[in-house]
Design a binder for this molecule. Structure first.
Ligand SMILES: [Cu+2]
Length: 299
């Protein structure tokens, strides 16, 4: 029977790989789901968001990467009022975590964006304003399997980003995203996203840029949506704008951030991990090697 074949294929895919960011971690403690991370109203919460140009049978729960659900996932705004606002110091880290003990086992980038709420009232903000990127991670292990563990996020259940020290005080959405690109070769990237509600304090006077809007900032014609992870390593162009360099004037004088693979990662011979390390865990060139428990270095 045709219908049951489709159903079984979908179930098998779920078992192998889908996931969603359900919660966040504060001082090492996993929070109650939905406390600070907006819950969604999706029929199947772990399903990805795809472009409306994809075959209708591949669209999940009526969510589109070129529609408003790409901001914080389906129905998330309807839960904004009952979601608490986490107070965070600029310069500190925020972490989102997957539900069900799932792991990010699709190849593809991890991305974190922020958008300031009008009137600094994030509980009333739908995410329709400007978004800037604070973190991205792509390939961490270039010599590994490019369809799997070459990607920084492979096998992990969290994405962590530092709120830039120069971020102005105020209320923001922090949008965590993993994009599975295992089907980008047929123009079907899978977007997994959720938003954390934060109030930034002890911040600076930066002017976050460049920015983009959602929907609109991701297009099915973008390089990431037409990329093949098969037949070996190749350079990957990150979706979205460059990571904000933390400057107050939109970039002049700062280190230009790399718009492609490696932006936000540590430079050659820089630190890329170790206990107590709060910086990037990926390398813009070379690869991250464990020197000792406290020091991992890009070599
Ligand atoms: Cu999937």
């Amino acid at each position: 029977m045709k219908f049951s074949t489709i159903f079984l294929a979908a179930a098998a895919q779920v078992a192998s790989a889908h996931y969603f960011f359900e919660t966040n971690i504060v001082n090492g403690a996993t929070q109650t789901p939905g406390k600070y991370v907006r819950d969604t109203t999706r029929a199947t919460k772990y399903n990805p968001i795809k472009f409306s140009s994809n075959p209708a049978g591949d669209i999940r729960d009526g969510s589109y990467a070129d529609g408003p659900d790409i901001r914080c996932n389906q129905g998330a705004f309807s839960n904004a009022g009952r979601t608490e606002v986490l107070t965070v110091n600029a310069g500190s880290e925020v972490t989102a975590k997957l539900a069900y003990g799932a792991k990010m086992e699709h190849p593809g980038p991890g991305l974190v964006y922020m958008s300031r709420a009008p009137g600094d009232n994030v509980k009333a903000y739908d995410g329709s304003g400007d978004w800037f990127k604070i973190f991205e991670e792509g390939v961490c292990r270039q010599g590994a399997d490019f369809t799997r563990d070459a990607w920084c996020t492979w096998g992990r259940d969290t994405i962590t980003a530092k709120i830039p020290a120069n971020t102005p005080n105020g209320e923001y959405l922090v949008r965590f995203e993993h994009i599975g690109i295992h089907r980008s070769h047929v123009n079907q990237p899978e977007h997994y996203t959720s938003c954390l509600q934060v109030k930034v304090q002890n911040g600076g006077n930066g002017s976050p840029s460049p920015t983009f809007k959602l929907p609109g900032g991701y297009k099915d014609s973008d390089p990431y949506a037409n990329f093949s992870v098969y037949n070996g390593y190749k350079s990957f162009t990150m979706p979205g704008p460059a990571v904000w360099n933390g400057a107050s004037n939109g970039g002049g004088g700062g280190e230009p951030s790399n718009p492609g693979n490696g932006g936000g990662c540590s430079a050659m011979y820089g630190q890329c991990g170790g206990n107590g390390w709060g910086g990037a865990t990926c390398c813009s060139s070379g690869s991250c090697k464990v020197v000792n428990e406290w020091y991992h270095q890009c070599v």
